[in-house]
Design a protein around this ligand. Structure first.
Ligand code: SAH
Length: 398
């Protein structure tokens, strides 16, 4: 057993604590009696002293402790991190050798792979590593060296963005393991669509890989006619639909000029001329379209995360309600609605409730044809419901 300081679970929380969620919040533990440093390895015990788990302490974060191990016999060290990384990469290799090679995929998915606060995506011969916890910074150099040795990428972009830095009480950074390229442009194929992404200047890791199979399924479900792709980013849903030939004309909107510029380039390189890109706010624009009496045959709603904290849940549900109600009003009878939520705090049943309220209010029947999640490489830890963050409901609106 590792000899490390112990933290005691607050007795009021002890009864409800199932012990395998990787996040232990500040108000769930008794204030430590000794000074503990940020990034120190600690153990969590019940008020009666029985052992719960081992993890990394961060006095500057609301997630005071990131639990990583639940067996007292293990040791929390570099070798343990290497084993988690190997398991994560092995799983993807196993999958892709059965499903077909992917040029872009998620290799490590934070809680889903037991490494809370670490994401690794591969885009062709580049890796993008996103740190979102102080815990993972403890092994930053070890992780980067392991990735270099095991996967031999041309270069690795690694960062911790400003919002994660604020939450974790650390400095943000963005660097490359090799030479800093002037522009980090990568080209890759995603389900038959040719994509170009600038890794050093884009949202999240560069491209939303989580929607990979949802785009394909949505395209297969669309009825002939028009598509309104709301919050299109680099054009994922529109490009997949046009490539499959399932829709005839597409309006794709996003509030980010930069995202739209890349989306246009991607449409051009795939020789898809029937997409009109539009810079607009999704809430205002959908309301305007309703007022103008416009109608569409298919609508995709893929707004950004609306609740990162439990206190934002109700306002997020109201925003989803507004957006989905507008979309349903814009759809012709028999049209398809692909409605997504990537807020981990909004559980599947909450999102279902939103659609149910919209159906009541609009007096339309909403048939849920498929309730989907993120693609296979975005692993989910069943003890961390927040890791099932992506909901993608493919519905017919009668
Ligand atoms: N559908 C995309 C991913 C969307 S991510 C795909 O398949 O890859 C969410 C997008 O919403 C981002 O591109 C972001 O720029 C955009 N966004 C954020 N706030 C918005 C708003 N108020 N109106 C329109 N777009 C918004």
């Amino acid at each position: 057993m590792q000899n490390v300081p112990q933290l005691v679970l607050d007795s009021k929380k002890a009864r409800h604590f199932d012990g395998r969620h990787p996040w232990v919040l500040a108000n769930s533990i008794v204030k430590p009696t000794v000074d503990l440093e940020a990034g120190e390895i600690v153990e969590l015990v019940q008020p009666n002293g029985s052992w719960i788990g081992r993890g990394i302490y961060n006095p500057n974060s609301r997630v005071r402790l990131r639990l990583l191990q639940w067996s007292p016999d293990e040791e929390l060290c570099e070798n343990w991190v290497y084993r988690q990384l190997e398991q994560a990469v092995n799983l993807r290799e196993h999958w892709t050798c059965r499903q077909g090679e992917l040029e872009a995929l998620r290799l490590v998915n934070s809680e889903g792979d037991g490494l809370s606060g670490l994401v690794v995506d591969r885009f062709s011969s580049f890796l993008v590593v996103q740190f979102t916890s102080l815990a993972m910074l403890r092994w930053k150099d070890a992780i980067l060296s392991w990735l270099q040795e095991r996967l031999a990428p041309d270069n690795i972009h690694f960062s911790l963005d400003a919002s994660a830095a604020k939450l974790e009480g650390v400095e943000s950074f963005q660097e490359w393991t090799g030479e800093t390229p002037e522009r980090a442009i990568v080209n890759f194929q995603d389900k038959g669509v040719a994509l170009t992404v600038d890794l050093s200047d884009s949202q999240k890791t560069g491209y939303y890989l989580d929607q990979r199979s949802n785009r394909e399924r949505a395209a297969a479900s669309f009825v002939p006619g028009s598509l309104l792709d709301v919050c299109c980013y680099h054009g994922g849903f529109s490009l997949a639909a046009c490539k499959q030939g399932s829709v005839s004309d597409v309006t794709a909107l996003d509030s980010s000029e930069k995202a739209l510029r890349v989306a246009k380039l991607n449409a051009e390189q795939n020789k898809l001329a029937n997409i009109t890109f539009l810079k607009a706010d999704c809430f205002d624009h959908l309301q305007q379209l309703c007022q103008q009496g416009q109608k569409f045959d298919n609508i995709v709603l893929d707004p950004p995360r609306m609740a990162s904290h439990r206190s934002q849940l109700n306002s997020a549900l109201r925003a989803y309600y507004r957006l989905n109600l507008s979309a349903v009003n814009l759809l012709r009878p028999g049209g398809m609605l692909v409605s997504c939520s990537c807020s981990g705090r909004v559980l599947r049943e909450d999102f279902w409730g939103v659609l149910s309220s919209v159906a009541k209010r609009s007096r339309r029947r909403i048939q849920l044809l498929e309730g989907r999640g993120a693609d296979f490489d975005h692993t989910i830890d069943v003890n961390c419901p927040e890791s099932d963050y992506l909901k993608c409901f493919i519905c017919r609106v009668c």
